[in-house]
Structure formats: C-alpha cells, structure tokens
Design a protein around this ligand. Sequence first.
Ligand SMILES: Nc1nc2c(ncn2[C@@H]2O[C@H](COP(=O)(O)OP(=O)(O)OP(=O)(O)O)[C@@H](O)[C@H]2O)c(=O)[nH]1
Ligand SMILES: [Mg+2]
Length: 449
Amino acid sequence: MIYRGGEKFDMSKKISEVSMGLWLAEHPILKEKSRSIREKYLGFLFCYTPPGRSRLTDSLLALYRKRILEDETFDPVPNPSIKGLFKYRFALYMDIWFLNAFGDREQAQYLLRELETKAGLAGIYKKKLRFLYERLYVRDNGVRFPRVEPLIDLWQKNNAFFQLPVRKIAFTANMSSGKSTLINALVGKKVNKSQSIACTAKLHYIWNKPFEDGFSAEDDNVLNLDADYMTLMTDDEGNKSSKITVGTYFRLMCGEPGPLCLLDTPGVNSALDEAHRKITKNAMAKGDFDRLVYVVNADGAIATNDEHAYMTYLAQNLGKEPIIFAVNKLDCFRAGEDSVSESLKGIREDIRKLGFENAVVCPVSAYAGYLAKKALYDGGLEEDEQDELDVMRRIFRRKDYDLSVYYPREAAEAGRQAAEAQTDPDRQKYFQLLCNCGILPLEYILTKK
Ligand SMILES: Nc1nc2c(ncn2[C@@H]2O[C@H](COP(=O)(O)OP(=O)(O)OP(=O)(O)O)[C@@H](O)[C@H]2O)c(=O)[nH]1
Ligand SMILES: [Mg+2]
C-alpha cells in the first residue's frame, strides 16, 4: 500500500482536480434524519474550511451543501465544537482534511492542531484524532475506525491514483468522423456532444477518476463537481478560453489503467469556423499528449483534399510517433458491396504513402461500442437506440464483421477473454459486441502499460 500521501502534489502539473474521487454518495451523514444535526455538521465543516480558500474548496463546499441539505446556498453557522456531532467526528475530520489538505501534510498538521485546540475534545479523543491523521498521512498504524473504514479506503485509492504517472491521449480528425462518439464509447458515458454537423468547438480534456463516485465534474468557466447531462452538453459562453475539463470514472473493460486524459479536439475542416482548425492545430503543434489517435471516417470519402493536407501535416510533424488510426463507422459497411479487409488494406497503404512509419490501424464502430456500454451500465435505451443496438448486434455477430481479428493478437485475446469471463448471458452478449466492434481491443491498446 502506498503511504506517500504527505508529499505535496502539484495538482496543476499532474492530474486535474476534476479527477478527485468523492465519497459523498455514501457519506455517513446522509443517513442522519435530523436536519438540525445535518446543519450542525456543515457548521463544523465550514468553521475549519472557510469559503474563499480555493476554487476547488468552494466547489466542494457547494456540493456538500447540495448533497447534505439539498440547498447549495445554505449559509451554515460556523461552529468549532464537536458537541452534538460526536458520532460523526471521524467523517468530519476526514472531510476537513479532504477539502483543505488532500496531498498536503503540512496543511493537514495545521488543521490537526486547530482541531485539538478548538473542537473541545477530551485527551483520549485527541489521541484517536492523531491516530487517524497518522493513518491518512503517514503510515498504517494498525488503528481501525469502523465507521469510516470505507471512506479511508476511498481516500487511499485517491492517494495511490494521484501518485501515478498520467497518460494523455489526443484524438484528432476531420469533423464528423466520430472523435467525440469514440471518446464517449471508451468512457462508457456521454460526456461529449456528438452530432452530424460540426459540433466540438473547444479542446475537451476528459479525465478519469480512481473509482465510480457517481459524480461527473466539469470545469467550463464554473467548476461544477456535479455536472448534469445538460451542463456537460452545453458550452458555457462565459468561458473565454479554448479549453473545457471534465472528470468522471471511465467504464473500461480491461482493468484499471491509472490516470488517463482523453483530449477531444474540434474537427479541422469546418468551413464555417476557422477557429476550430486553429485550436486543434495549436494543440497538435504543442504536442502535450503521449499518444495520438487519428479517427478516419470509413463511411465517407477517405482522403479528401483537406483531409489529405492535414494528414500530410501530421505525418511531417509527428509521423515517426506510433499514431493509432481508428477507422470508424464500420457498421456502415454493407456486405457484398464492401469488404472490410480490402478497405483496411487500402487505408493502410494510403497511410504508409503519406509518411506515417509506425501506424497502427484499428477498425471500430464507435457508435456500436457506445450503445453496448449504455445497455450494460444504464439500461433504459430509447426505442430507436434499442433498434440500432439490435442492428449492431446482428452486424457484428457475422464472422466477416468481427473487427477484433484485425488487431494485434494480445489485444484481440484480451477482448475475447473479457467477453468469455462474463457469466450473465446478457452481459456476455454486450461484451461480445464490444469485442467484435473493436472497442475492447482498442481499449487494450490505449491503456496497456
Ligand atoms: N453509424 C455510425 N455513426 C457514427 C459512428 N461514430 C459516430 N457516428 C455519427 O457520426 C456523427 C458525427 O459524430 P461525432 O462524434 O460528433 O464526430 P466528431 O468527429 O466529434 O465531429 P466534430 O466534433 O464536429 O469534429 C454523429 O451523428 C454520430 O452519431 C459509428 O461508429 N457508426
Ligand atoms: Mg466532436
């Protein structure tokens, strides 16, 4: 177990703060029936967490008010004493450290002293407070805290996650080739707008969280730690930068990958909006990513003039890197008229001629993958989505449409094994679709160490 939580993380350089996993869905105070005790809880929390400390702390305080009292604007009376809240003391200490001093031992020590002097604790309880501090920030001292052990477990998951190196994967292409849909399919949730007209207008940094906490965070002018669907789908006009950041748990099938950031970019060929091209080209020139995925629309005319120009630009600047070409929309191929293997052969040849030396070609149907994960996790598909999912299942059950065969052996094998490991027949059929439509093997390629 990693106990390096005392070292100060530089959150601005490493993982985004939207990646922090929260424990508010399972918080002990949510079982409390008395509103006045809930208010008191917030009064104690606010006393040691004064508003205005940082943007993150203020957003957390807003979320705590929303979850605990269903009132984001409630103004608690700051109260330093633990009296009346004794039952919740360990959760309170943890909240105070989490909101003010996650990854910052010095600040945590300062708060420890504040609590020791102001909370009105008898000697023996001060000792327990110190033991909890030690357990979170120094080492496993063997002391157990039954009421908050699940929270400590989540704290340590966060802690371990924030120590790991980040992998950033950028997605680029012409408009409407399916970049955003592919990211939604990988994440297993709709975090990006996708539609048939040019739609992504900014750089979207999508970060994963160490565990599913039930919240999606978005930093788009306002830092909202509980962004609903509409918030995620709407760009805030007050955001004058070209960047939006999102944090959510990724529903990946090939295990836990550690910190990941998927960068969605605007299509480069929007005739209506020259700004889109500039934003994406700047991001490509900056090269702040470890991997690049180029999404080819297999349904359209491949290598139109402007696509050709952009690919040549990439080949000249990044051509020696191992770029992944995700050939998308293969569900649109019609048996008899098109051959998947012939088309892939042609695309491989075009890519080579353009000057990409280490390209990996990965055929997918992002939309099939997105629907399969939606059915697996959320259920309740709309009627037309259910129809489309049925069609996808029929298409990708056919042997000549099993896209996993075009992947490196270990990636295809990982996908197959994940499907075979499912005991529930419903789950197995969706896993099978995820494997055959290329999403599972692509996940493997993108996340393997
Ligand atoms: N049939 C099918 N349609 C897809 C697939 N992937 C994406 N689409 C559709 O293609 C259209 C464009 O998808 P987006 O994900 O918005 O494409 P994009 O590359 O992000 O587009 P921009 O943000 O405008 O650059 C949408 O209508 C998607 O539903 C796929 O695998 N199969
Ligand atoms: Mg898009």
